[in-house]
Design a protein around this ligand. Structure first.
Ligand SMILES: Cc1cc2nc3c(=O)[nH]c(=O)nc-3n(C[C@H](O)[C@H](O)[C@H](O)COP(=O)(O)OP(=O)(O)OC[C@H]3O[C@@H](n4cnc5c(N)ncnc54)[C@H](O)[C@@H]3O)c2cc1C
Length: 469
């Protein structure tokens, strides 16, 4: 143990914690400390006092107890993809669940139990072996934990709902060190909060998801057009989305052509617009589903067609690698009017780097049919979600990227519903507005019940009400 950690940790020693675990403790004195402390977003280069690599729920209970007795702030790490950097902290304890990534599929019951630190690649691999799937992330290294607890927007959302809509049970280590189960009948209010309320109520050691038949081949992929086609594509997308069947979920991405072999070299680095989509219906029906969108302009390259679902789930991985610096921002759209389309297309052309993306994601379908208030995911009726997604490598470009992302979302202020998806908030101070009054109030009541002293606060925080003296 180093002198620094001895001073920070007081009487309880790291050695005592090590002996209480099946997993391991990594401190600044350990050779793998620099690897262990890395999170996805290269902006967050924090130096925790210790990292506990948990092997199971008992380790999580021990780590929470140790943190509380030593007054160490807790950061919970699932897949490590928090854009805000919630899964690390300077001088605190990281409760790292990444080794708890076991996935077990019951193909008869169409259920999967998933360890609290699994990533979507783990889940897709196991479920696709049975021709099953549940809504997961667009990048396969994203953690199931943070993704699901915030809501979970993925390629099958219009057919199967959000990830949190498929969450049927969870095992949770609470702030006072209990392991509780949340289902529709056991602690149902806790399950309500886990379906969108983030990591505020405890550490989920195991998720249980509903699965659905899908694949192995789906109709999916991307069509790339010149940037000049963006206004026409967005206008067609708007009317197409009104009547699109649940099978198909799509996204328009105003971006820059990446240097991928599938894209003609003369387009690399040029501003473009991409249509990305996945159909959960029969692959042979896919062409008809997107015919109106496909014909808006002559594409640069058309890569939409039957493909393995697993290939689609990893298609974007190379563009968003570990260590990139990143900032995201988001708002829910009440409408996608011509003025907004014009503004987004102009701001797109002014972006400060190649990884500046404006996503217009269509919602509705199964997501829209869940009643408002039925889960903590705060809003269901918006037709589109708007995301500004930026990444850069050169630190000197950071301010320009953050500013640009804010400009994108600012441009949509008059078309926004006022609510937002918490997992794409780039900053840590907007949870209350994102959830809206009614949901936030109910979340605060749940927080008071499960975590009245805000032990779990490195998240889009639901602040508990201070107890009257
Ligand atoms: C490259 C990239 C692609 C993305 N794509 C999508 C996408 O397609 N759709 C989408 O909806 N979102 C997407 N996101 C956003 C993503 O949902 C959030 O960043 C989410 O927090 C990631 O979860 P994680 O477990 O990897 O995060 P971590 O950084 O590990 O955790 C973030 C926070 O989540 C909580 N948490 C995580 N695991 C647990 C657990 N087991 N128990 C309790 N709390 C937990 C904790 O509060 C933790 O601090 C993407 C993010 C990135 C960086």
């Amino acid at each position: 143990m180093t002198a620094i950690s001895a001073r920070v940790l007081g009487e309880a020693t790291v050695q005592e914690l090590r002996e209480a675990l099946r997993g391991e403790v990594v401190t600044p004195a350990d050779p793998d400390y620099d690897d262990a402390r890395l999170v996805w977003n290269g902006l967050h280069d924090a130096r925790p006092a210790l990292i506990v690599r948990c092997a199971g729920a008992a380790d999580v209970i021990a780590a929470v107890g140790f943190a509380r007795s030593n007054d160490l702030p807790i950061a919970v790490r699932g897949g490590g993809h928090s854009v805000v950097g919630f899964s690390t902290s300077d001088g605190g304890i990281v409760i790292d669940l990444s080794r708890m990534n076991e996935v077990h599929v019951d193909p008869e019951a169409r259920r999967a139990t998933v360890g609290g630190g699994a990533v979507w690649a783990d889940v897709d691999h196991e479920t696709q072996a049975h021709g099953l799937a549940t809504t997961g992330g667009l990048v396969s290294s994203t953690g199931v934990g943070g993704f699901t607890l915030g809501g979970g927007i993925g390629w099958t959302l219009r057919k199967f709902g959000l990830a949190c809509d498929n969450l049927v049970a969870a095992e949770v280590v609470t702030a006072d060190g209990r392991l509780v189960r949340a289902t529709e009948t056991d602690n149902p209010e806790l399950l309500w909060g886990l379906r969108g309320g983030g990591g505020n109520f405890g550490i989920v050691t195991q998720f249980e998801f509903e699965l659905h038949p899908l694949g192995p081949t789906v109709y999916a992929g991307a069509i790339f057009y010149p940037a000049e086609a963006a206004p026409a594509l967005l206008r067609t997308f708007r009317s197409w989305a009104d009547t699109a069947p649940d099978d198909i979920t799509a996204l328009v991405n105003l971006t820059t052509a990446p240097p991928l072999p599938a894209i003609p070299a003369e387009w690399h680095g040029q501003k473009i617009v991409a249509l990305l989509a996945v159909s959960a219906g029969p692959p042979e029906d896919g062409d008809a589903l997107i015919a109106d969108l496909r014909s808006v302009a002559e594409p640069i390259v058309d890569l939409m067609g039957p493909m393995p679902y697993l290939a689609m789930q990893t298609l974007l991985d190379p563009l968003w690698e570990h260590g990139i610096k990143a900032y995201f921002k988001t708002t829910n759209l009440a409408r996608l009017d011509d003025e907004l389309i014009e503004r987004l297309c102009r701001i797109h052309l002014e972006s400060p780097g190649p990884q500046c993306e404006i996503h217009v994601q269509n919602m509705g379908g199964a997501v829209g049919r869940v009643a408002d208030g039925a889960t903590a995911f705060p809003e269901r009726s918006m037709p589109f979600v708007l995301n500004a997604v930026t990444g850069w490598h050169d630190a000197s470009l950071g301010d320009a990227h953050v500013e640009w992302a804010r400009t994108v979302i600012g441009a949509a202020a008059d078309a926004s519903t006022g609510r937002a998806y918490v997992n794409f908030l780039g900053d840590a101070d907007s949870a209350q507005a994102a959830y809206g009054e009614a949901t936030y109030k109910r979340l605060v009541a749940l927080k008071n019940a499960y975590d009245p002293t805000n032990v779990f606060r490195r998240n889009q925080n639901i602040a508990p009400l201070a107890k009257a003296a």
